[in-house]
Design a protein around this ligand. Structure first.
Ligand SMILES: [Zn+2]
Length: 69
């Protein structure tokens, strides 16, 4: 019986799948955002969002910290 029967490829694939899932979840998530113009709090997601009150356009981009994924 080999000591090297740990399947690294399978393990790496599992890790990658988990990371992808985390990124997907983050991309789909809604965030509470306070409008810089009218201070109304509303939900935004990644992409272009428009304040429902004053129609200020808010571009939400993935954070730099996401690069660690
Ligand atoms: Zn607003």
């Amino acid at each position: 019986m080999s000591k090297n029967n740990f399947n690294m490829k399978k393990f790496e694939k599992m890790l990658n799948d988990t990371k992808k899932q985390m990124v997907n979840d983050a991309l789909k998530a809604d965030y509470d955002y306070e409008c810089p113009n009218c201070n109304k709090t509303f939900k935004i997601s990644i992409g272009t969002n428009i304040c429902p009150q004053c129609e200020t356009v808010v571009d939400l981009k993935p954070d730099d910290s996401w690069k660690k994924f």
